[in-house]
Design a protein around this ligand. Structure first.
Ligand SMILES: Cc1ncc(COP(=O)(O)O)c(C=O)c1O
Length: 423
């Protein structure tokens, strides 16, 4: 048999962490998973969606239209509702947003939008700047397109504007500024670190994008996947709200975390001259995301069942976050060199172990935790571009999304046992 002659893109897409992680979860079903980024199955909106679907199909005309294709950009009606929703989240009126439904594209999850944006912006060898650490699945998407990712220093208040500025200056000096197309940031309760970008840094990011738009425009992708899952602290404005010219910032939001990942509807609002490019690649890809899913979200927004569900989720996840933090205190506070961040929302607690402890898949801790103690976590190193000088090997992402408060306590107890065993 002669070998298949795979593309370069196929090589770049090899060894994805996400596939390995999913496989680990399946192979170790009896372990407590603090690894899965899944939402809580118990709070999925089964009866709400059942009502919504019955309503959609009760009427012949609405049923037929929901079961038909929608436009490539998404259902016009949904896009108008999304603007109203966004205005509510931003605390402004629709008229003052400075965008129309034509600036919105609906996708099958934010992940699809991230892929489309990558396709229209990057040639192999181009550069994307990211926080250290960042959403590792997007690192995979960028790798898969041959894009170089450069991590920028980040602290407990998010990416450091000075470091971002310095990195851009360095790239200019090296004659590489023209390769930098995008700054990617998860601005609320980041996956994996739970960090929220501080309010005063948000306008600085817009200033940096403007200042470094020399021979070409530098864009910022504000990934707001967890924005609506806040359990404590004050709401803060988006980076997007500071970009009054609407030229630099793309705001991406998903209903996966705040409603249902099975419905998989997300949307992005973007600079007007980016829209036709996204339409073109999306046209080639699927000429429109599933309309039935879009109509479910539209109806949930229209009837207020979405808003009520988010309130319920906040209360439920707050209890789970607090349970995980209490368990961290209970089992880890007497282990020297262990620290963790206290997120105000989202699904993750980020823990750092003493420097000498490697949390990687093949290191003794991961093996011991999964095989002996029965608990799984996400090794922090995969959330950094491989080989980045900022990459750390002693961190873990712990998710409180799926397990109950009691199981979270037991999971953290097991994890502390595993950590002590390798100290
Ligand atoms: C930061 C971030 N962005 C985007 C996504 C993609 O979610 P979806 O494609 O389900 O909208 C996720 C999912 O975990 C995420 O954590």
């Amino acid at each position: 048999m002669t070998a298949i002659n795979f593309s370069q893109r196929r090589q770049w897409a090899a060894d994805q962490s996400i596939s390995f992680l999913m496989q680990q979860g399946l192979e170790n079903r009896d372990v407590i998973s603090l690894a899965a980024g899944f939402v809580d199955p118990k709070t999925l909106p089964v009866s709400e969606v059942s009502d919504v679907v019955s309503r959609l199909l009760a009427d012949e005309a609405t049923g037929q239209s929901a079961l038909q294709y929608a436009a490539t950009a998404g259902s016009g009606e949904l896009r108008s509702l999304l603007l109203e929703h966004l205005a509510g989240v931003e605390g402004h009126s629709v008229d003052s947003l400075g965008v129309t439904a034509d600036d919105v594209v609906v996708t099958s999850g934010s992940q699809q939008f991230l892929q489309h944006l990558t396709d229209v912006l990057f040639d192999p060898g181009d550069i994307c700047l990211v926080a250290a650490p960042t959403y590792f699945v997007y690192l995979g998407t960028l790798n898969g397109a041959g894009v170089e990712t450069i991590a920028v220093k980040t602290d407990e208040h998010g990416i450091c504007p000075d470091a971002l500025d310095a990195e851009l200056a360095r790239l200019e000096q090296a004659g590489q500024l023209h390769l930098v197309k995008l700054i990617y940031l998860v601005t609320w309760f980041e996956n994996p670190s739970g960090v929220t970008l501080a309010s005063d840094r948000r306008s600085q990011i817009v200033d940096i994008a403007k200042r470094w738009s020399k021979s070409q425009r530098l864009l910022v992708l504000e990934d707001a996947a967890y924005r609506e899952l806040r359990y404590s602290g004050e709401e803060i404005p988006s980076i997007w709200s500071h970009d009054t010219s609407r030229e630099h910032v793309i705001l991406a939001q998903t209903f996966s975390k705040s409603f249902s990942p099975g419905i998989r509807v997300a949307y992005a609002v973007m600079p007007r001259d980016l829209v036709p490019a996204i339409h073109d690649v999306k046209g080639n890809f699927d000429f429109g995301s599933p309309n039935f899913s879009q109509q479910i979200i539209a109806e949930a927004l229209r009837t207020g069942s979405y808003r009520r569900h988010v309130d319920l989720l906040r209360n439920s996840y707050r209890v789970k976050r607090d349970a995980m933090l209490a368990a961290a205190e209970k089992y880890f506070s007497d282990i020297d060199g262990v620290s963790w961040l206290r997120p105000e929302g989202g699904l993750y607690v980020w823990m750092s172990l003493p420097e000498q402890i490697d949390t990687g898949y093949s290191a003794p801790l991961f093996q011991r935790a999964t095989k002996t103690d029965g608990v799984m976590y996400v090794p922090g190193e995969i959330a950094y571009p491989t080989g980045s000088p900022l990459q750390k090997k002693n961190q873990m992402r712990l998710s409180f999304g799926v397990a109950t408060p009691e199981t979270l306590d037991e999971g953290m107890r097991r994890l502390a046992t595993a950590v002590r065993s390798v100290l």
